[in-house]
Design a protein around this ligand. Structure first.
Ligand code: BMA
Length: 320
């Protein structure tokens, strides 16, 4: 067969959307693009991007025992922009990713801070999602879609991020001895060109999943059309020891907007996950995503099936 059938790897939770502005204990415009982590006691914590009626975002935690129902939402914002202390927060903080780092016994939260300089990448540490130690801007504008790997690589911390250059918005990886000073920047995955679903602009979704085969990575690709952008998801696999090396990348997208809550909202046709949790079986991944920049939804996929799909459909990226 010249062209493979489109396989359905991701399965939407039938109770989607999980969370909307109406669930919030205080007045908000939209709730979307959540980071996710599973706490020590098995509780799922989502750190949601919450947009107020000025258009500025902050972060707010929602907790659930089963990761799907009975969400308990913090009665007040969990992490607010502090433009007096952090001028980079002037227009809000957005799109967090959470990585639990065993060496630090802390969660590292990486998010977009938005100001006159443009969107940049900020980093904060927390042990309890109540108090946060802010470490400032780690990647200057224009840069976003960042997440930390959970342990050092070749003795250094590794941060994936998405700077914007005049030849496109590609995924890069950078290294640091102390989480504050970053260098050794390497291009990790390029946006394709022309008619591709992931032409010109891509970005990391949840932090990559460490598997024996490599770092399994879900990324978003942005297709510009006459009717606006379409945000869809693709898969790639990166070398465990040298995560700047892409081993396999799929050609087709694996998940895209289909349901009304993904098709229609403040920004139509957007699926934007920033977090995932791993099920007790060690294989079922639940991704948490923003639908149309308006709500929070969930879908599951098998890691085994995603790797099998990459074996059948993926290839090393071509140079040039
Ligand atoms: C991106 C980010 C996301 C958003 C998406 C679609 O650039 O700002 O927060 O979901 O655009 O609007």
């Amino acid at each position: 067969m010249l062209y493979p059938d489109h396989e359905r790897l991701f399965h939407r939770y039938p109770g989607n959307p999980l969370l909307t502005a109406e669930d919030w204990p205080y007045s908000v415009n939209t709730v979307f693009n959540p980071a996710a982590t599973m706490l020590q006691d098995g509780t799922t914590l989502l750190l949601c991007r919450v947009e107020d009626h000025r258009g500025h975002s902050h972060l707010c935690a929602a907790r659930s025992a089963d990761g799907l129902t009975d969400w308990e939402i913090d009665p007040q914002p969990t992490l607010m922009p502090e433009p007096e202390k952090n001028p980079e927060d002037l227009w809000g903080i957005e799109d967090p990713r959470i990585t639990y780092v065993p060496e630090l016994e802390k969660y590292v939260v990486v998010f977009t801070s938005y100001s006159r300089g443009g969107p940049g990448v900020s980093l904060a540490l927390t042990a309890d999602f109540k108090t946060f130690e802010r470490c400032g801007v780690v990647m200057s504008p224009e840069d976003k879609d960042a997440a930390l790997l959970p342990h050092r690589i070749r003795g250094l911390w590794a941060l994936i991020h998405r700077p914007v250059g005049w030849l496109g918005a590609h995924m890069w990886i950078s290294f640091s001895p102390d989480l504050r000073n970053w260098g050794d920047h390497k291009l990790m995955l390029e946006a394709r060109m022309g008619a591709w679903w992931d032409a010109n602009k891509i970005g990391l979704c949840p932090p990559p999943i460490e598997t024996p085969r490599g770092w399994l990575t879900i990324y978003h690709g942005v297709r510009q059309t006459a009717a606006g952008a379409i945000y869809r998801l693709g898969l790639a696999l990166f070398d465990l020891e040298a995560p700047e090396i892409c081993l396999l990348r799929g050609d087709s997208w694996v998940f895209g907007p289909e349901e009304p809550y993904e098709r229609f909202g403040d920004v139509n046709n957007v699926i934007f996950p920033c977090g995932s949790t791993l099920g007790k079986d060690g294989d079922t991944l639940t991704i948490y995503y923003g639908g149309a920049d308006t709500c929070v939804a969930a879908a599951t996929a098998s890691i085994h099936e995603m790797l099998g799909w990459l074996d059948r459909n993926g290839r090393p990226p071509q140079a040039g």
